[in-house]
Design a protein around this ligand. Structure first.
Ligand SMILES: Cc1cc2nc3c(=O)[nH]c(=O)nc-3n(C[C@H](O)[C@H](O)[C@H](O)COP(=O)(O)OP(=O)(O)OC[C@H]3O[C@@H](n4cnc5c(N)ncnc54)[C@H](O)[C@@H]3O)c2cc1C
Length: 389
């Protein structure tokens, strides 16, 4: 006898769990959440490693938003630990403040300076481009070629295995360039991490659903389909996979994470470098645009504020996507957009199915954006009268 639910939700990341929470608590619906990993939370999952350090398993996740609505929504399930996310770039044998700001400029020219002098220098260096259409143009038109090559070109090549010229302007254009001393990585008004971690936040979202939700881990939804009756599917997996790759394979970038942990005794020799007791490196994230095969080393304890004597760093190696690899980043480029537009037409025509989240819409969305997308989708379904019997 098949299991009966109002909604089948594929994926237990931010998109899937926001939908599950809204549909159960606001619409009184029942939901089955199917997740093929062995945990909830999708890419935002975090956990305590064997050394007692809270780590972000799938790369650092810096929560930020300009939306009071999204912040209020998530605040039902977590308290927040405010963070000014700070990063550095290691290149030419030194740590540099990054994103580029007045401090970076002073290090570059080797003496103190002013915002006016920096603006005048950038005006001289920048290469005029009427409307930047790719990631190289968007940076050289702001800072010129030398700073572009020092901080952006190598990082982008490693990360995407494509020249910045072949990538949409949005990839590098996300990074601010400032002539003041604001050295925060991000610009959004609200920047904070869930005080007890992301996984705890997700657990609280599910707890709010009560017994209207069932979560099935370690299961691909296609294995489950023959055994479940439902009215509507919420799909947050890769859109090309849903349609059996009928329009071709969408390209993705994958990543390999290599963690290394240190005891307090092992950290002592690094303390002159890190500048802080109990840390391996001087900032939460250090980018390596021109050295090594990895793009960055993250020591997330700087951001979580965890009081723990050990520390863990994670080296992040970009990899090609293929069998057995996770599809982390949709590639924002004209060729992939052309393939996606064919899938989008199919997705729009698919009855009783909502495609939401980063993979189902093939777009580099941040966490707050996918929460916003899920809230909007819930309202759309609700207004359309798609209510459980
Ligand atoms: C390395 C990295 C760093 C990031 N850093 C940030 C950051 O600093 N700040 C920020 O705001 N955002 C960041 N993001 C983006 C953030 O991860 C996403 O916005 C968010 O996780 C998207 O949530 P989602 O639910 O759409 O997708 P996901 O979190 O990917 O969840 C989708 C889930 O669906 C499951 N699934 C897929 N197919 C199937 C199937 N057939 N059957 C069952 N389950 C399936 C997957 O296993 C996955 O768990 C980062 C992403 C990456 C990869």
């Amino acid at each position: 006898m098949p299991w009966g639910f109002d909604y089948l939700i594929v994926g237990a990341g931010f998109s899937g769990l926001t939908m599950a929470e809204r549909l159960t608590t606001q619409a009184g619906a029942t939901c089955l959440v199917v997740e093929r990993r062995n945990h909830i939370g999708g890419n935002a999952y975090d956990r305590y490693d064997d050394h007692g350090v809270l780590v972000h398993t799938y790369g650092p996740h810096y929560f930020r938003t300009n939306s009071p609505r999204i912040r209020e929504y998530l605040s039902q399930f977590t308290e927040w630990h405010p963070v000014d996310y700070k990063i550095l770039s290691w290149t030419h044998g030194a740590y540099w403040p990054f994103p580029i700001n007045l401090n970076t400029f002073e290090q570059f020219i080797g003496r103190p300076s002013t915002p006016e002098e920096m603006s005048a220098a950038l005006d001289k260096w920048k290469i005029p481009v009427a409307s930047p259409s790719n990631s190289e143009e968007v940076i050289v038109s702001q800072v010129g070629r030398e700073l572009y090559e020092q901080f952006f070109k190598g990082y982008t090549l490693k990360q995407w295995r494509r020249h910045p010229r072949e990538l949409d302007a949005s990839v590098c254009g996300r990074i601010p360039i400032r002539t003041n001393r604001d050295d925060r990585y991000l610009t959004e008004e609200f920047q904070a991490l869930p005080a007890a971690g992301y996984t705890r936040l997700f657990e609280r979202m599910l707890a709010a659903c009560g017994d209207r939700v069932k979560v099935l881990l370690n299961a691909d939804y296609r294995e489950v389909l023959p055994h479940v009756n439902f009215q509507h599917m919420i799909y947050s997996g890769p859109v090309d996979e849903y349609f059996d790759f009928s329009e071709g394979r969408l390209p993705y970038r994958s990543l390999r994470f290599e963690a290394e942990s240190f005891t307090p005794e092992e950290l002592v020799p690094r303390e002159p470098v890190s500048g802080k007791k109990g840390f391996w490196q001087p900032a939460m994230q250090v980018n390596y645009p021109n050295d090594h095969d990895y793009t960055r080393i993250v020591e997330v304890k700087h951001a979580t504020g965890q009081l723990c004597e050990n520390s863990t760093i994670v080296r992040e190696y970009p990899e090609d996507f293929g069998p057995g690899k996770e599809a982390y980043y949709p590639i924002p480029a004209p060729d992939s957009s052309a393939i996606y537009s064919r899938y989008k037409a199919k997705a729009d025509a698919e009855a009783r199915t909502s495609f939401i989240g980063r993979l189902a819409t093939y777009k580099y969305y941040n966490m707050d954006q996918v929460v916003g997308m899920a809230l909007a989708e819930f309202e759309k379904l609700w207004k359309a009268g798609d209510r459980p019997c």
